[in-house]
Write a protein that binds this ligand. Structure first.
Ligand SMILES: Cc1ncc(COP(=O)(O)O)c(C=O)c1O
Length: 396
């Protein structure tokens, strides 16, 4: 199987972790030898309620018995899809009332960029250095990391970059700007939070020049930072909100949400302004709705901030220089790329799953399911500390 994996399944990482998965339940993934791995990554912030959450699985099974795909996006009335869009609207500020559902985060970003252009009649997009918004051509055009996109140029024209948290750079947002796209908390960059009312200032600048503000909440959204959406911490409401990952509770999804007035522009000049076959799929929508209901009706969000403090308390070690991020979106920074690599690989051997961040090689990703227990957090942190002690001894 491992040979076939490398031979037949296209890989883009030179050294995939290649764990042979048997099954997964709660906070654990099991390999084919039935070895249990405590999951501190949650499919890269996607498995909000852990693995195989009974409510998500039940919602999927129930919908499987009704119907699967029946029609392209937005033509037929499919209850789970409508209920999901409505649930989002009821839990968002008033201007975020209409949602377009996609199959992935990057597609939702594409839709949001198109909507900003369509709505303003402008072509300029301003993004942030070290931003990550996905890997299709439009999303890659607004990715602020040249090394990973050079080979794929030419990309979208009229894209410029400002430094995240740098107020002077806000002058790059002008009357030619259709949209400003930012992650509410920068992910790939190393879980960088907005500081000094930065997002409020971006909002103000956008309003001044008539540009739309797009916030990418694909990673921080759906309770991961202790609120349903990250922007709720920063007193800044976007014109277009993009979600994904954790919204699907382990199923593939993306969504962009805006006012009815903005969103209806996609019906006209041209009509069919954004098309997808499978977006809004009823089975995926049922899983997402079950996930959202559980996140909003349980005390998981409140627990998230307590769990963050537990991580911070139990990850005290000389080789952890900083812990960045918020809630259960944390990055432990070690002194070197080499140490970070050693920790991630050794922890996997010890039965703990950790992972990297895209553009910050010293960061260890800690984004467990929101359902992780306090005991599991302490157990995983003890494994990390043991591995760090061994690394420290080796180097002393
Ligand atoms: C902030 C952010 N935006 C966009 C994406 C792209 O989402 P997807 O991989 O579902 O296309 C990701 C995925 O990692 C992300 O973290």
């Amino acid at each position: 199987m491992a040979e076939d994996f490398l031979k037949y399944q296209a890989q883009t990482s030179p050294h995939p972790l290649a764990m042979k998965v048997s099954h997964a339940k709660g906070s654990y993934i099991y390999d084919v030898n039935n070895k249990a791995y405590l999951d501190f990554v949650a499919g890269v912030s996607a498995c909000t309620l852990g693995h195989g959450h009974p409510k998500v699985v039940a919602a999927i099974k129930e919908q499987l018995d009704q119907y699967l795909h029946v029609m392209v996006y937005g033509e037929y009335i499919q209850e789970p899809t409508v209920e999901l869009a409505k649930f989002l609207a009821k839990n968002l500020p008033n201007n975020l009332e209409k949602t377009y559902l996609t199959n992935s985060g990057t597609e939702a970003i594409e839709g949001a960029l198109k909507l900003a252009k369509r709505a303003t009649g402008r072509s300029g997009i301003v993004s942030a250095k070290n931003a990550y918004h996905g890997n299709t051509m439009g999303s890659m055009s607004v990715m602020g990391y040249e090394e990973r996109k050079r080979a794929f140029r030419p990309l979208l024209p009229d894209v410029s970059f400002m430094e995240f948290n740098n107020e002077e750079d806000l002058s790059k947002i002008t009357k030619k700007t259709a949209g400003v796209i930012l992650e509410t908390i920068q992910g790939g960059a190393g879980f960088i939070e907005p500081k000094n009312h930065y997002l409020e200032k971006v909002r103000e600048r956008c309003d001044k020049v008539g540009a739309l503000l797009i916030l990418d909440e694909i990673q921080p959204g759906i309770g991961r930072t202790g609120k349903l959406f990250g922007f709720e911490h920063y007193n800044c409401v976007p014109d277009i909100l993009v979600t994904g990952k954790g919204l699907g509770g382990g199923m593939p999804i993306g969504a962009f949400t805006a006012s009815g007035k903005l969103m209806d522009l996609l019906q006209d000049k041209p009509k069919l302004g954004h098309i997808t076959t499978f977006g809004g799929h009823p089975v995926i929508a049922a899983a997402a709705l079950a996930t959202l209901k559980e996140v909003t009706k349980s005390d998981l969000m409140a627990q998230t901030l307590e769990k963050e403090q537990l991580f911070r308390k139990h990850l005290a070690h000389p080789l952890i220089l900083d812990i960045r991020g918020k809630g259960l979106m944390l990055a432990a920074i070690t002194p070197s790329t080499d140490i970070t690599n050693q920790v991630i690989l050794a922890c996997q051997d010890e039965g703990l799953i950790l992972f990297w961040l895209l553009f910050e090689p010293k960061a260890i990703r800690i984004t467990p399911p929101l359902t992780i227990t306090k005991e599991e957090i302490i157990k995983g942190c003890q494994i990390i500390l043991k591995v760090l002690d061994e690394i420290q001894e080796k180097h002393s």
